[in-house]
Design a protein around this ligand. Sequence first.
Ligand code: ADP
Ligand code: RBF
Ligand code: MG
Length: 155
Amino acid sequence: MKSLPFFCRGKVIRGFGRGSKQLGIPTANFPDSVVEHLPADISTGIYFGWASVGGSDVHKMVMSIGWNPYYKNTKKSMETHIIHTFKEDFYRETLSVAIVGYIRPERGFDSLGSLITAIRTDIEEAKEQLDLPEYSELREDNFFTAESSQIMNGH
Ligand code: ADP
Ligand code: RBF
Ligand code: MG
């Protein structure tokens, strides 16, 4: 995927309201404007990278891009789970992400439990990969220190 790493930001919107947070895996959803600007070679699937809310600390993240086959969504979404415990929700804040690597395609599951187990495995994989020098250096990228109110999408 030539477009990786891919940097983008946008306001956090309300998602599908399926209670992902109650499952211990809240996912911050991006608006359609961000989803529509993804380069064509970034296929649907599960990715890892870095994320910052409102221009503060940069944390590890996992992201799901696509139609969530388990739920058979009709709308393509980009959902980011930040590997960090926040004190409060951050709806409407600007979320900046660097999508740096690919983990696996999206798939269906025969139970919610199996979906959650798969996501837990993705999180462990992301944590390890992001410690590799080629990925960890992107945490310091200028993208995260630039004016966060400026919306930009790009490579
Ligand atoms: P929704 O269906 O509205 O996306 P979720 O249950 O997926 O609801 O929860 C997502 C919201 O939880 C985010 O928009 C954000 O405000 C909040 N949140 C709190 N901690 C995190 C986190 N670690 N990663 C992502 N979102 C988080
Ligand atoms: N949804 C799917 O239908 N299939 C998947 O393979 C899948 N993988 C995911 C991996 C990660 C790391 C994350 C954060 C989400 C994933 N989802 C997947 C989306 C999931 O269905 C959605 O976040 C739900 O709201 C969780 O309850
Ligand atoms: Mg969500």
